[in-house]
Write a protein that binds this ligand. Structure first.
Ligand code: ZN
Length: 152
């Protein structure tokens, strides 16, 4: 019974993992690679991507994203900045893509250019107006509707 190394993707026996390697699922052969900047940056990009695709971007996540914005890697800093902007507009994932497309087309475009969202995501999520949990968590949603109309 072994483990799959998430760097090389190979399934290896327990002996191929050190104690620390076990925890991060990296086999001994790949351990040196985890010390490289290339690996560290790839992990940060994954992290940023995951924030965007999880259900909600929390305040804690935002704090972390703000830290990542300070990265000396322009690439990572730019991605973190984009996701941070998105989280400030709409921290919940639901309806986010359709909303960004409608209300923040420039930011929407940058997300696609950066590879953070894909045209497939847009097809799937842009018109999810009738998703089952449609009535939940609406308080957090700012459509910028003219409030005055309600009082006419
Ligand atoms: Zn490996």
């Amino acid at each position: 019974m072994g483990h799959t190394c998430h760097v090389c993707g190979k399934s290896r026996p327990n002996e191929a993992f050190s104690a620390k390697g076990h925890r991060i699922h990296v086999c001994n052969k790949c351990r040196p690679y985890t010390k490289t900047q290339e690996y560290q940056l790839a992990r940060m990009r994954d992290e940023i991507y995951n924030y965007l695709h999880q259900k909600n971007i929390s305040k804690k996540n935002q704090k972390r994203l703000a830290e990542l914005c300070q990265s000396t890697s322009m690439d990572v800093a730019e991605l973190a900045q984009l996701v941070l902007e998105v989280s400030r507009i709409r921290s919940h994932k639901r309806k986010r893509i359709g909303m960004l497309r409608a209300k923040h087309p420039a930011l929407f475009r940058r997300l696609i250019d950066a590879g953070l969202i894909f045209p497939d995501d847009v097809e799937e999520n842009a018109w999810d107006e009738s998703s089952p949990d449609d009535n939940a968590e609406e308080d957090n949603f700012d459509w910028d509707l003219p409030i005055d109309e309600e009082h006419v």
